[in-house]
Each structure stands twice: as structure tokens, then as C-alpha cells.
Unconditional design. Structure first.
Length: 411
């Protein structure tokens, strides 16, 4: 939804503002981002030494280099990012231990997983939550992706301490960035984007949401990310090891960047791509990035952000279209935003028929239940304008003309 004031909800809490002011001169010394130091700290915390496949080290170093040289990080940003990198390294150590103790995890079948992808703000979250509730579905929850080790066990899920830990994580995140309650609320026990799992290899196409990182993004665009998707698959096997046979449902817009790698590792994947007029999408996507950048970076230029968002996500769609042009059309199903919003139960039924999942008769009840619990604008109205980011409808339409014509987005 567009609004007159795109900055109203972007004000930082007083505590974050004071932290950034007080720490502007010493943050780089006290909270230096250094790959070797972080890896040593993770080993010390866990008493473990094996991180598994060491191809994650180059992405980690490149990400840190960009954060230090280009990110212009605030103290709050440094503290948050450093803690996130350390969490990922600790989890890699624990996952390697799990796989060494239980090599049978690597034999867990991942058959015909369903992936939802498309630009952010195109209905991916709604569709993901609906498909995740359908009979037989298995969609990783936020707490499982933040701390996948030890392997989640359905028998002890209700008492798993990681759930409360994830609740604290979401509370802290939303206190730091109040606008996220409206833009993309986080719920510890709800299905969440699987970008958290790719992040374990430090292949993070969403990293520029935290700061301007052109060197890292350019490197990501040109590097082979298949190893990261292979590791991502192993973590999915670990998460689902004890939960029995389910059809996996996964979701993230960032798969647009690396659809070729995804299909290389999951050749039998079923891909649902959502579509919406880019003129209704771009400003909302920019506002999502702005909400996190104002916490992480000391300086913020919304016009530069608009230009960067249009460029990098334009490349993402170009890459995805090139992959689709060579792939089997039967592997993909297109879902248009307007049709999803007009008849969500019908679209869920259509997806289940197409994917051969069965259980279509449950769709109406699933949709009714979820919508009753999650009415539109439950957390407020998300406000944004293209003009705030130095963009206009004509420029956006021209950049995505090939996309809108290919998928008949503008009807």
C-alpha cells in the first residue's frame, strides 16, 4: 500500500540512536569483523573444530571485507552482524558433529520439494503459510532455521528451548526495527524464508539489505553457488531427519538469483513463481531494505538504495528468466498476485493438483483458518512511495518490461 510518508515508521528507537552515537568512534575496535577471530571464538564456545566443507571460508571473508570497507556500519549494526556471523559459525560446527555422529542423515530423501519464489511483496508469504498448513506439508520454522542443530525432534518440539530463544530473537529484532512488525513480522514457530539456511554458507543475496555491499554482490553474481545449495540440502535433511516423510515446502525470493544452482541440486523440484506489477513491488521492497539499513549503517541515502534495488533485483529476474527459458515448462507454475488474493483457496487447490500432492478438499478450511488468525493489516499498514527512493512508475516499468511481457503480468 502506498502512503504519503514513507519515513514515519522508519524512526529508530531512542536506545539504538544513543548506542550508535556513543559508539561511533570505538565500534570498529571493540566489534571488529574478522573471519579468523570469529572462527576461533566459535570453536572456543563449542569445543569443536570441524566446520565441514571449508568452501564457506571465501564467502565469509568476502562478506566481511565488504562490510568493513563499504558497509559504513553503525555500532548497533556491528554488534548485530557480528552476533549473526558467530551464530552461523557455531551452527556449522554443531551440524558437522551431527553429520559425523549420524551419517544416515545424508540418506534422508528430499523428493520433489516445492519452492515458492518471486519478487518480495508478490504474495509469497501468504502462499507459503497456506501451503505449509496443508496435509502432509513440512515447512521449516524460524527457530529450526536459526538453530538447526541438534536435529529437531517432534517428540520434544513443544519443550524445545530453541523456541523461546527464537521468541527472544524476534522480540529484540522488532524492538530494534519497529517497522518490521508491519513489513515482515517474524514469528518463532511459523514457517520462514529458507535464506537462513543458505546463509550458513555465507552465500547471502539479501546481505545488501543490511548495508551497501557492491563488491560482495558482484562477486555473488559471478561465483558458483552450487556448493552452498548442496550444504543447504544437507541441513534440510538434518531438520527433517526425525519428522518422518513429508513433502517439503520452501520459500525465498532470493532463489531468483540462483535458480540454476537450485535446480542442479534439486532436479525434481517443483517451482511456484508469483507475479505482480513491479510498480507495486519495488517501493515496498526498498522500504524493507531501508528498515534494516537505518539500524546497520551510519549513513543512508534512499535514492541510492532505490537505484541499487532496481539494479540487483533486475539482475535477479533476468537470471531467473534465462534459467526458465532452458528448463522444462512442466516444472514451473505461475501464480498471479491478483488471482491469489481473489481466490486463495482456489489457487492452493490448483497448486496441489499440479504438484500431485492430493488433499485439495482441505484447502478451503486451511485458508479460512489462516486468514481468520492473520487478517490483512493485522500489524498495521505498510507505507511507501517510489518517489522516496528516487524512482517513478515509468522507469520501473521499463526496467521490467521483458518480465511483464513474458509472464503477462500487466493485464
Amino acid at each position: 500500500m502506498e502512503g504519503k510518508n514513507a519515513t514515519t515508521a522508519m524512526q529508530l528507537p531512542l536506545g539504538i540512536r544513543l548506542l550508535n552515537q556513543l559508539g561511533s568512534g570505538v565500534g570498529g575496535l571493540l566489534f571488529e569483523l574478522n573471519a579468523d577471530q570469529l572462527m576461533a571464538e566459535a570453536r572456543k564456545q563449542t569445543g569443536l573444530n570441524d566446520f565441514g566443507d571449508e568452501r564457506f571460508i571465501e564467502p565469509l571473508r568476502r562478506l566481511i571485507q565488504a562490510l568493513e570497507q563499504e558497509g559504513n556500519l553503525s555500532l548497533a549494526g556491528r554488534i548485530s552482524i557480528r552476533g549473526g556471523l558467530l551464530r552461523l559459525l557455531v551452527q556449522r560446527l554443531r551440524i558437522a558433529e551431527d553429520l559425523a555422529r549420524h551419517p544416515e542423515i545424508r540418506e534422508v530423501p528430499i523428493e520433489r520439494p516445492v519452492f515458492i519464489l518471486g519478487f518480495m511483496r508478490t504474495g509469497t508469504t501468504l502462499l507459503y503459510n497456506l501451503l505449509a498448513r496443508m496435509p502432509g506439508a513440512r515447512a521449516p520454522k524460524l527457530w529450526e532455521m536459526l538453530w538447526p542443530s541438534p536435529p529437531p525432534d517432534p517428540a520434544t518440539e513443544a519443550s524445545d528451548p530453541r523456541i523461546e530463544r527464537a521468541r527472544r530473537f524476534t522480540e529484540q529484532a522488532q524492538k530494534a526495527v519497529p517497522a518490521m512488525r508491519t513489513i515482515h513480522p517474524l514469528v518463532a514457530t511459523a514457517p520462514e524464508e529458507c535464506l537462513f539456511l543458505l546463509g550458513l554458507s555465507f552465500i547471502d543475496f539479501a546481505a545488501e539489505a543490511r548495508a551497501h555491499l557492491p563488491s560482495y554482490m558482484n562477486w555473488l553474481m559471478s561465483t558458483d553457488v552450487v556448493p552452498a545449495y548442496r550444504y543447504y540440502r544437507e541441513v534440510l535433511q538434518l531438520i527433517t531427519w526425525k519428522s518422518g516423510a513429508h513433502h517439503l515446502v520452501l520459500k525465498s525470493p532470493i532463489h531468483l538469483y540462483s535458480l540454476d544452482a537450485l535446480l542442479s541440486v534439486f532436479p525434481d523440484a517443483r517451482i511456484i513463481q508469483t507475479h505482480r506489477d513491479p510498480r507495486q513491488v519495488v517501493a515496498s521492497g526498498c522500504s524493507l531494505y531501508e528498515a534494516t539499513r537505518i539500524v546497520s549503517a551510519r549513513g543512508h541515502d534512499p535514492v541510492a538504495l532505490g537505484r541499487q534495488w532496481l539494479d540487483t533485483w533486475g539482475q535477479a529476474m533476468d537470471r531467473a528468466m534465462a534459467v526458465r527459458a532452458k528448463a522444462s515448462p512442466e516444472q514451473f507454475l505461475d501464480v498471479h498476485y491478483d488471482e491469489l488474493m481473489a481466490d486463495p483457496a482456489g489457487q492452493v487447490q490448483r497448486i496441489h493438483r499440479w504438484a500431485g500432492l492430493g488433499g485439495e478438499e482441505a484447502a478451503a478450511g486451511v485458508v479460512q483458518s489462516w486468514l481468520a488468525e492473520n487478517p490483512r493489516h493485522k500489524h498495521g499498514v505498510h507505507q511507501y512511495t517510489l518517489e522516496h527512493y528516487g524512482l517513478d512508475a515509468q522507469r520501473v516499468a521499463e526496467r521490467f518490461r521483458a518480465y511483464t511481457e513474458r509472464f503477462n503480468v500487466l493485464k
